[in-house]
Design a protein around this ligand. Sequence first.
Ligand SMILES: Cc1ncc(COP(=O)(O)O)c(C=O)c1O
Length: 392
Amino acid sequence: MNNPLGWIEKDLAHIRDKKLFRALTELGTGQSPDITIDGKRYVLLASNSYLGLSVDPRVVGAAGRALGKYGTGSGGSRLVSGSTDLHRELEERIASFKSADAAILFSSGYLANIGTISSLIGEGDMVYSDELNHASIIDGCRLSRADIRIYRHLDSGHLESQLSSDRNRKGKRLIVTDTVFSMDGDLARLPRLVELSESFGCMLMVDEAHATGVLGERGSGATEHFGVEDEVPIVMGTLSKAIGSLGGYIAGSQGLIDFIRNRVRSYIFDTSLPAASLAASIAAIDIIENEPGRREHLWRLIKMFKSGIGDIGLTVLPSDSAIVPVLVGGAGPALEFASALRENGVYTPAVRPPSVPEGMCRIRATLMAGHTEEHVEIALRAFKSAFETCMK
Ligand SMILES: Cc1ncc(COP(=O)(O)O)c(C=O)c1O
């Protein structure tokens, strides 16, 4: 009889043919600058734990104490199984960190985006989305059933012309963007987006996943960096990157947060974060606020790495964050480049479609505050050797 799942093998063969098959690499350590794979040491250049906080003893200690007090799981949705002082405290800390009236937690950034976007807008409404927005934003837009307009990456002129041509449309309108783009590391021009949202009467939502902890004097993110904290009404972020833990959040007015608590399905119908993650995030925000030196060190390393990569002759996309995308081209060459890096003691995988457009495969190198200049030197030597082996 015909196997109803037989198509899966064909699909997998197609993925393999295109050199797009994905497999896991098991690390023997946490997200530290030095990791092990099969007992061998590598420099980790692929973590979003930009400040190294997921392995900071103070963060780990706070998580351990919360684990001892509350146990492993939260038992269910907060609306059903109850909330804790840690949920409340973390929401208050996020609100003050993001200079907002209030904040609300989700179990992941992905859930924060899909649930919030699809509740803010619906059929008959309109959403304007940067073409390089994260998958969770794209999925939130699709789930909303609103009409979607994709504007060219960072092209506010293109966005403005879309907004103008829709001027007489009925329904709500939302502009949504990453602040730091996850694969390119560049920055949305928030002041211009604020102007456009105000002059066209649109809601504005930004995703601070890769900006939180890295940008701004207090490390609050791109809204702080651009001085538009009071002008962006819907701010999303994740606790899983520089904050080193797990979870997502929305920060904004008390009304927005009450609306989310009452309307957003990925909040209402999802088990809440466990205590250990909450306590880890609180401890990490303390460190981000009190130790600006970590961020300063990270920025020194970013500059050193980017300048070294340029000297090698590799093409780096113009990023403004801890994400340094080194362009390689096709999927096959990108895999070879990543494997040459690994032979030279550096772990950072090739990024291929659908994460990036075809022909734009890259090594997405990410720096962490725990790296030293010596780590960067090792990384640069590995990139030079990979360049000579694979691209000359
Ligand atoms: C820009 C952006 N938004 C949202 C997310 C989702 O966040 P999380 O990993 O917490 O689900 C990510 C993570 O990959 C991201 O890069």
